[in-house]
Design a protein around this ligand. Structure first.
Ligand SMILES: Cc1cc2nc3c(=O)[nH]c(=O)nc-3n(C[C@H](O)[C@H](O)[C@H](O)COP(=O)(O)O)c2cc1C
Length: 416
């Protein structure tokens, strides 16, 4: 009976434990979590989502305050097109988070950064360019392009000195998305170093419509595998979404996948950014408590716990301070939903918005509890304490369980 440790992910001359912890914004996949994955010989991700507000909290910068001060005059204005990010500040925030993380890195593994195209930040190309280049400048081992087709992303960094040496990959949920990406980048003569194939059971935003139940990770992986073979493209494939045990991972590694990307199990790790109280909500969740909905203003379906405070909240849009979802014209569908409710309830002290959430504010405050499909199984991965709460795990315990377990078993941690 094989375990994950019988396999290795080969990246150039390097051999890694084939476990990648996926990027989870906003600072859910913390530097500490990513550093543990690297120390244990795998790949960890930090996320570049909302980095100016993350560095304000972690390193006492003042980017959010300064942005709000600059645009305070616009707070009551529904037109947010003027609210632009200071690209210098954005670069500084990216550089700070990446450099601090890379300086702390120990062990043989790697640290990547997850870059979501859907964070359009009122200037999609310019801001993505700064984020990608800032991460490369500070020595990130690799970049995972996420939440978007990324048809122009390689071109934004093709003249960067590390364009050919950093590991660059993309997350896709269909063969079609991969084909578009490869076709668009053919002239750069630079293939991705890895492809994460994310199925419909993943956490965060999904690369499917609300018909996500019609899709299945194994089928998509097999289809992409056949395509790469036919095209004689030797690119490591990394399935993600619903891989809950070491045995689940082995079943992919035995059929030609190079590694697996996992996240949900790590949402209840001590090193994860989700506040301890909220982690208990993840443990407690039953299957019925989890839904895929269209509340995210990105337009992608998103999976979340139904009881999270973000849902139904009618908080005033905070684009002057945040504004990460504003499109190239300063629009965000939460602003429209909020203004509609405001107009329908003149004079109301508090309003509720049911059809969209203010993603920036709620992700920043850990009030949007996005999660993977198998979150309801987390309670089976640990002990129940005497007071009814669940014992938090360490990233090392979870990583080693993936690495060494067999027979679909999950090793419970030693009792705290
Ligand atoms: C809480 C949470 C937040 C996530 N946030 C992001 C994100 O910001 N960007 C992204 O590309 N994927 C995100 N994901 C997806 C993961 O990186 C990963 O690919 C997927 O969840 C793996 O499936 P699993 O959770 O079933 O192991 C998130 C997943 C979770 C559970």
């Amino acid at each position: 009976m094989k375990c994950v440790d019988d396999f290795r992910l080969r990246f150039g001359g390097r051999e890694l434990v084939p476990i990648m912890i996926g990027g989870m914004g906003v600072d859910i996949s913390t530097a500490e979590l990513a550093l543990e994955a690297a120390r244990l010989g795998g790949v960890g991700h930090i996320s570049d989502a909302m980095l100016p507000s993350v560095t304000d909290r972690l390193y006492k910068t003042r980017f959010v305050k300064e942005k709000l001060q600059q645009y305070k005059y616009n707070v009551e204005n529904p037109d947010k097109s003027k609210v632009q990010f200071d690209l210098g500040h954005l670069a500084e925030a990216t550089r700070l988070h990446v450099s601090r993380t890379m300086q702390a890195k120990r062990g043989e593994g790697m640290i990547f950064i997850n870059c979501m195209e859907k964070l359009t930040m009122n200037a999609p190309r310019e801001t993505l360019r700064v984020r990608l280049r800032g991460a490369l400048d500070e020595g990130i081992d690799g970049i995972t392009l996420a939440a978007g087709l990324h048809l122009g992303s390689f071109a934004l960094i093709e003249d960067h000195p590390r364009f050919r040496d950093a590991k660059l990959g993309i997350i896709v949920s269909s063969l079609r998305a991969l084909q578009l990406f490869l076709r668009k980048n053919a002239k750069l003569n630079r293939l991705p170093d890895f492809i994460v194939v994310e199925g419909p059971l993943a956490g965060g935003h999904l690369g499917f419509g609300m018909d996500w139940t019609q899709y299945d990770l194994r089928t998509i992986v097999a289809e992409i595998q056949r395509y790469l073979q036919a095209e004689k493209l030797d690119i490591p494939l990394i399935p993600a979404g619903g891989i809950f045990t070491g045995s689940d991972a082995v079943s992919y590694l035995e059929t030609g996948s190079a590694a697996v990307q996992v996240a949900t199990r790590f949402t209840v790790a001590d090193e994860c950014g989700i506040p301890k109280k909220v982690q208990q909500e993840y443990f407690k969740a039953s299957e019925d408590d989890i839904e895929v909905n269209m509340l995210s203003p990105t337009g992608y379906p998103m999976r979340m716990l139904k009881n999270c405070p973000a849902i139904g909240s009618g908080i005033r849009p905070n684009c002057e301070a945040f504004g990460y979802i504003l499109d190239a014209n300063g629009n965000c569908s939460y602003i429209d939903a909020y203004n509609r409710e405001l107009a329908a309830h003149p004079g109301a002290r508090k309003i509720s918005v049911q059809d969209k959430i203010c993603l920036c504010t709620h992700m920043r405050n850990y009030d949007c509890w996005t999660c993977g499909h198998y979150t309801y199984r987390l309670k089976d991965t640990t002990h129940r304490n005497a007071d009814g709460s669940y014992q938090i795990l360490t990233a090392e315990q979870i990583f080693h369980d993936y690495q060494f377990s067999t027979d679909n078993k999950i090793a419970l941690p030693a009792k705290a």
